[in-house]
Design a protein around this ligand. Structure first.
Ligand code: FAD
Length: 368
């Protein structure tokens, strides 16, 4: 790799204008650091950040001590606060995790204890209470999370961008970062395989591509790049009136939270995502999946019929082996100025503000 000609020198470069890159750039900018965000697409947030459930999670499921548990609960509070201040549309519509079998009952109890350890209070509801709360719901019992809700993610990203640009940092689109040389005094990187620039800090938060970009970083030990599984999740839209006023979740599955019933901010019901391990990124949804969706949703909503649902959109989760976020900096890889983020799947949206604060506060000393 030849990376000699240097056009400009930057203080901090963030790769990826998804919710995480934008939050990190916003947080550095607030602390007086000039940031350049580079995005390969023509617009911000076109990948995972616009292909999710838009749910503000409460921080229920994550093992104590994990980064997910560290960031999610804090992120929940911060997101509601920020959204209210900026008048971003939210709906704190609550969530029910439902039990549809005897074994689900055991899982519900486990979920309640984990949530407790994370400082999240869940209320156990009996079938008779649930009949009043959600007359269309069919289950034995459920856990109520009062802190769960939904948010207008597009508007959230627009607000992060306005914070970034107000501080004179900038976002440049149609710019793919391809090669990186972290063996020099500053980090060299090329854009669109043409020009080469340098920066003191280089933050790789390129979502589904983070591990691929990491392989192109000279000076980073390749054995530190985690194995990543890509898990695709499809959504189906329900036509007609929504049967529920809250988010309805079954007990979690191996790779996700189970095909759940969510609402969008127009009051429409969306079912999904399912979980399917894939090797290549694609966002196609097959009509043939309807049967699987109907069978799964029937467990808590027996009235569902095939013809009322239609393929809507899909998203892809990037998962590490231990199912936690992974943030690698100097302390892990000994490369000054380099930060890699891997496995930022759900609850990445909810955790976005504290992730930004955590990285900018950790790296500030390096710049000063
Ligand atoms: C199906 C699904 C449902 C989810 N539901 C929720 C939810 O309800 N609540 C919640 O909290 N979280 C949820 N999440 C998780 C959340 O969506 C993600 O954690 C979050 O969007 C990740 O943001 P990101 O910025 O890391 O990635 P992305 O949004 O993918 O952004 C990465 C950006 O990097 C750019 N990029 C990649 N490579 C390069 C390169 N070489 N050069 C320049 N740019 C590059 C990409 O184009 C992209 O814009 C869900 C995720 C999925 C998949």
């Amino acid at each position: 790799m030849h990376m000699r000609k240097i056009n400009t020198d930057f203080e901090c470069v963030v790769v990826g204008a998804g919710i995480i890159g934008l939050s990190i750039a916003r947080s550095f900018s607030k602390r007086g650091v000039n940031v350049l965000v580079l995005e390969k697409n023509a617009k911000f947030g076109e990948e995972t950040s616009s292909r999710n459930s838009g749910v503000i999670h409460a921080g229920i499921y994550y093992p104590k001590g994990s980064l997910k548990s560290l960031f999610c609960k804090k992120g929940n509070e911060e997101l509601y606060k920020y959204a209210r201040k900026r008048k971003i549309k939210i709906d704190k519509c609550q969530k029910l995790i439902v039990s549809c079998s005897k074994s689900d009952e055991i899982t519900l109890n486990k979920i309640k204890s984990i949530a407790n350890l994370n400082g999240v209070k869940l209320l156990k509801k009996k079938n008779s209470d649930l009949k009043k709360m959600e007359p269309n719901l069919n289950c034995f019992s459920a856990l109520l999370s009062k802190g769960s809700g939904i948010i207008d993610v597009h508007n959230l990203m627009l607000n992060f961008i306005s914070d970034i640009e107000r501080k004179k940092s900038q976002i440049v689109f149609n710019s793919t970062v391809d090669n990186v040389d972290a063996t020099q005094e500053k980090i060299l990187f090329s854009v669109n395989s043409k020009e080469t620039f340098s920066t003191k800090l280089f933050i790789n938060c390129s979502g589904l591509f983070s591990h691929i970009l990491a392989k192109n970083i000279l000076g980073l030990k390749k054995e530190l790049i985690p194995k990543i599984n890509l898990i695709k999740g499809d959504y189906m839209k329900l036509s007609g009136k929504s049967p529920f006023s809250r988010l309805i979740y079954p007990v979690p599955s191996k790779f996700g939270l189970g095909i759940h019933s969510t609402l969008n901010l127009s009051g429409q019901t969306i079912f999904g995502p399912d979980d399917e391990k894939i090797s290549k990124i694609n966002y196609n949804i097959s009509e043939r999946k309807k049967k699987k969706f109907v069978n799964s949703i029937k467990k808590f909503w027996p009235d569902i019929i095939d013809r009322d649902i239609a393929p809507d959109y899909s998203g892809i989760r990037t998962k590490t082996e231990d199912n936690d976020f992974m943030i690698q900096d100097y302390t892990n890889h000994k490369v000054p100025g380099l930060v890699n983020l891997f496995g930022i799947d759900s609850p990445g949206l909810t955790s976005s503000i504290p992730i930004g604060e955590y990285i900018s506060s950790k790296c500030l000393n390096y710049l000063r």
